[in-house]
Design a protein around this ligand. Structure first.
Ligand code: N01
Length: 534
């Protein structure tokens, strides 16, 4: 089947859904979403692992474009769990009649730009071809599962799962010997829930991680009323903060206050829970000495919670600044290690050597009999979902070749040599350093305004330049290097979690406010840094 369209959007998650509303309903384009899964939801469609929950608070983790939607939808808990977010996104799809412009089970395998026709030819695994003028990738930043290449996995006689490709019917852990590899945000959420169900759980930790208690709880009626009636105020607050959350980061510095006051403020943040812990001070991610104070506070908390001193030491032996990796939030993660059926194994000093039919073996020869292995091993972040498609631009140039030394974009929105291709929340944009729906709506609006401008002016192509992308890349590096973020040398922000991936700090760390102003100024000045042609 070959179909002609104005625009193709790849992905039916938060970003693809809203981009469709912008292009189809606001601009009147003939637009279609191609989605690999059988339903909407993106991240929340695939990540159904035990404990999956968002770390943005529910009243800020939603669309802001529709006042009616904000007033009608009611979240039940402080942090929405996966099933509730998926219900929300299905509700949005129904309410805005999105499904009629979506093809499910349509995995895009390639897209090629035809300069003569000024069309993108988008190919699916099923052999369908979509010809379109504008191509928008809304593929998510964390959607390409990273299963480590461990020798012998194919011979494992038990079951194994990656958290990002979790079976819809769930996994029965009861009475099973479970091994979980990975202690990032995902692993930290999964451990306490799996521990409650499994016969025994062994957690294989390579890098110890900070975590802040989420303090999740049902929302009170008073808070629900506040959210529905004060949404304008809440959105204004979210748009005024660098990370798009509905809380202000206090500008005071860690050493502006004395030891007792600092301890009190950290305790207050710990008791409140969640990402707001780091909002007590403005310099935690900038000043190493300030960060050390926060880090030591958390390490003390870990030692207080975990009864076995050796396990506590292993969990608190953290080698990077607090929040330099995405800081997880948890519900009883450290507490889980006080259970009789949970053990922690250090695979930094003694790495995993192989999977064997009955379990897993470390380099020392120590072995573990397992029925189920859970890979909470993360994603080939940001570039992975784009590069697994074969995208070719002008003159047949492959995106994979252009990005061989790491991604280079202008504003995270476009790549030189790939006209009329927009990469929503792409590398070089705030994306994962921001509350995602805020970053997503800003990108979708900007792209829609840009296309509206092109149509009004009779322009056929928009394409950034190498110079603009190089200059933006230098700026992205400089902004990251002014923080402690690159000091976590094994972080996925840097691509360091995937063997062979170039080390480039991918998200834009300059904050959403600054970024939004920059994008608005670029558009206002006639799309500076882009070439528009008739
Ligand atoms: O993935 P990760 P994630 N042998 O890459 C380990 C978002 N998110 O899925 O650090 C042994 O952070 C790896 O070890 P190391 C959020 O943005 C949000 O947990 O590389 N271990 C690490 O411990 C988050 O940051 C929410 O040494 C191996 C773990 O696996 C992002 O998604 C919830 C290994 C991977 O951690 C990704 O989080 C969940 C190997 N061969 C996710 N390979 C919320 O909103 C990897 N590891 C709450």
């Amino acid at each position: 089947m070959t179909k002609d369209l104005d625009a193709v959007i790849i992905g039916a998650g938060f970003s693809g859904m809203y981009q469709l509303i912008c292009l189809r309903d606001r601009l009147g384009l003939d637009a279609q979403v191609l989605e690999m899964g059988a339903g909407v939801g993106g991240t929340w469609y695939w990540n159904r692992y035990p404990g999956a929950r968002c770390d943005s608070e529910s009243h800020s983790y939603c669309y802001g474009f529709s006042r009616e939607l904000l007033e009608q939808w009611e979240w039940s808990e402080r942090y929405p769990e996966q099933a509730e977010i998926l219900r929300y996104l299905n509700h949005v799809a129904d309410r805005f009649d999105l499904r009629r412009s979506m093809s499910f089970n349509s995995k895009v395998v390639g897209a090629a730009y035809d300069a003569v026709a000024n069309k993108w030819m988008v190919r699916t695994a099923g052999g369908d071809v979509y010809r379109c003028t504008w191509l928008i990738t809304a593929v998510g930043c964390l959607s390409s599962a990273n299963v480590p290449n461990i020798q012998g996995l194919e011979e494992f006689q038990g079951q194994w799962f990656h958290t990002g490709l979790w079976p819809h019917e769930g996994v029965d852990f009861s009475g099973k010997r479970v091994g979980q590899i990975g202690t990032g945000s995902t692993g930290i959420q999964a451990v306490p829930v799996i521990a409650q169900q499994a016969g025994h759980l062994t957690v294989f930790q390579r890098t110890a991680n900070y975590s802040i208690p989420a303090r999740n709880a049902p929302l009170t009626d008073a808070f629900k009323h506040y959210v529905k009636t004060q949404h304008g105020e809440i959105r204004a607050l979210m748009h005024s903060t660098p990370n798009g959350h509905a809380f202000v980061i206090n500008p005071r510095r860690v050493f502006d206050v004395d030891d007792a006051e600092r301890a009190r403020l950290f305790e207050e943040g710990w008791a409140h829970g969640g990402l707001q812990f780091r909002a007590a001070f403005g310099d935690v991610l900038i000043d190493q000495a300030a960060n050390d104070e926060a880090a030591e506070f958390i390490k003390r908390k870990i030692r207080d919670v975990v009864h076995d001193p050796a396990t506590a030491e292993l969990l608190a032996d953290i080698d990077h600044p607090f929040a330099a990796k995405r800081p997880p939030i948890d519900s009883d993660y450290f507490e889980a290690f006080n259970r009789d059926n949970v053990a922690l194994v250090d695979v930094r000093s003694d790495p995993i050597a192989a999977v064997v039919p009955g379990g897993l073996v470390l380099q020392s020869g120590q072995s573990f009999a397992l029925d189920i292995i859970v890979f909470a091993t993360g994603f080939d972040a940001m570039t992975g979902p784009l590069l697994r498609m074969d995208i070719t631009g002008r003159d047949g140039v492959r995106l994979a070749d252009v990005w061989a030394a790491g991604p280079r974009t202008y504003l995270g929105l476009q790549v030189a040599g790939f006209p009329n291709l927009f990469t929503m929340t792409g590398p070089g944009s705030p994306s994962v350093l921001c509350n995602m729906p805020v970053a997503i709506e800003q990108h979708a609006d900007w792209i829609a305004d840009c296309i509206a401008h092109m149509r009004a002016e009779g322009l056929r192509t928009i394409e950034t330049t190498d110079e603009a992308a190089e200059a933006w890349g230098r700026h992205v590096d400089a902004v990251a290097n002014a923080t402690l973020l690159p000091k976590a040398t094994h972080s996925w922000y840097l691509g360091a979690n995937v063997p062979g991936k170039p080390r480039v700090f991918m998200p834009y760390a300059g904050g959403m406010v600054r970024y939004r102003e920059k994008c608005a100024a670029v558009a206002a000045e006639g799309y500076q840094g882009f070439v528009l042609s008739a």
